[in-house]
Design a protein around this ligand. Structure first.
Ligand code: AHG
Ligand code: MN
Ligand code: MN
Length: 337
């Protein structure tokens, strides 16, 4: 039995009617959806095309790029430049901000993206994703420097991700809650399969790279030790742990069934500020999680309130079910005090 579901186009037209989404934003979202559909196709055909391995290049962060990092980046670049309102693109894979306009105007868009997240999973055929976010300029720009794109996450007007799993999901927020679409193979369409996603608040599941235990700060260590202590510990119940090394897959699981994701700043990565990038990983995911009723924190501050200092800046990320993130924040506050 097939259920008749709303297409992404129909959904966007309704958002336009209800909230004045705007034609340019509709077009941009459709261009992003197209990028994700093409990337999904490339990934699925990866073993035949021999593109799952490393490229012979490094990105600005010193990471060896996968061929698909480069391919996915090119797909995003070419499609996101279509919309006439897009003034600049900021990608994990490109050193500098790409300015598409000489004189960006108030109302123009900045698009931030991680074209392929979790790419170490590619050659073991596990889930990867793409992350994106849009900010609108609030004034005309005269100086086209990298620093012009350093806006707080609270300024995002649209964010989301695609998850290339057993099916391809597109999760989207334009600030009116979170909606989830699934690519219907063969139709070329994304259909609304998860309307008005809300993050379950009660959780007994956490996600962290536990191999870094020895480098964690005391508040993180305390939280995880208390989870692991189970029924006999202060939490009085058992917790489950998951780690897929793909933030998109992790966030999606948490959105669907609750939980908390941690990639904190620790003794090993503190010199870089953490591991995950603020503008195209932490901010879009923080926006989605908040829009679904969760919380996203560095441990000491709301992620969306952090003033960026660099367009590839890294940051501590703790996000998911509200009560758990609040608890971790309170452990940081106690340790600070
Ligand atoms: P990317 O592939 O875009 O560089 O991001 C990978 C990130 C994120 O997806 C994941 O949560 C984390 O790196 C995994 O880190 P570990 O290798 O420490 O598990
Ligand atoms: Mn990433
Ligand atoms: Mn990436």
């Amino acid at each position: 039995m097939t259920i008749d579901r709303q297409t992404l186009r129909k959904f966007l037209l309704q958002e336009e009617e209800k909230h004045g989404l705007g034609q340019d934003m509709m077009l941009l979202i459709e261009d992003i959806a197209t990028s994700c559909r093409i990337i999904a196709h490339q990934i699925r055909n990866g073993p035949f095309l021999d593109i799952l391995g490393a490229a012979e290049t490094e990105n600005i962060q010193g990471e060896t790029q996968k061929q698909l990092d480069v391919i996915a980046n090119d797909i995003f670049l070419s499609h996101c430049s279509n919309c006439a309102r897009v003034a600049a693109l900021v990608s994990e894979e490109i050193d500098n901000v790409i300015w598409l306009k000489d004189a960006p105007k108030k109302g123009d868009y900045l698009v931030y993206f991680d074209p392929l997240d979790g790419s170490s999973n590619l050659n073991v055929n596990l889930s990867v994703g793409s992350i994106f976010s849009v900010v609108e300029l609030d004034e005309d720009i005269t100086d086209l420097s990298n620093d012009v794109v350093l806006f707080k996450g609270a300024r995002q007007i649209c964010a989301g991700y695609a998850l290339y799993g057993p099916s391809t999901s597109l999760i989207l927020s334009t600030g009116q809650g979170v909606n989830g679409f699934t690519h219907k193979i063969g139709s070329g369409e994304f259909l609304l399969t998860f309307p008005d996603m809300r993050l379950p608040q009660e959780t007994s599941e956490f996600a962290i790279n536990a191999s870094r235990f020895g480098s964690w700060d005391a508040p993180i260590r305390r939280y995880i030790e208390e989870c692991i202590a189970g029924e006999n510990g202060v939490r009085g119940r058992s917790f489950n742990m998951r780690w897929t090394a793909s933030m998109v897959a992790e966030v999606h699981r948490i959105l669907m069934r609750g939980g908390v994701f941690l990639y904190p700043k620790d003794a090993d990565n503190a010199h870089m500020g953490g591991k995950l990038r603020l503008l195209y990983e932490a901010n879009p995911m923080g926006f989605i999680i908040e829009q679904a009723g969760g919380r996203a924190s560095t441990g000491t501050a709301r992620i969306l309130d952090v003033q960026p200092t660099g367009h590839h800046q890294r940051i501590s990320v703790i996000l998911g079910s509200k009560s758990e993130v609040e608890l971790i924040d309170s452990y940081h506050a106690e340790a600070g005090a």
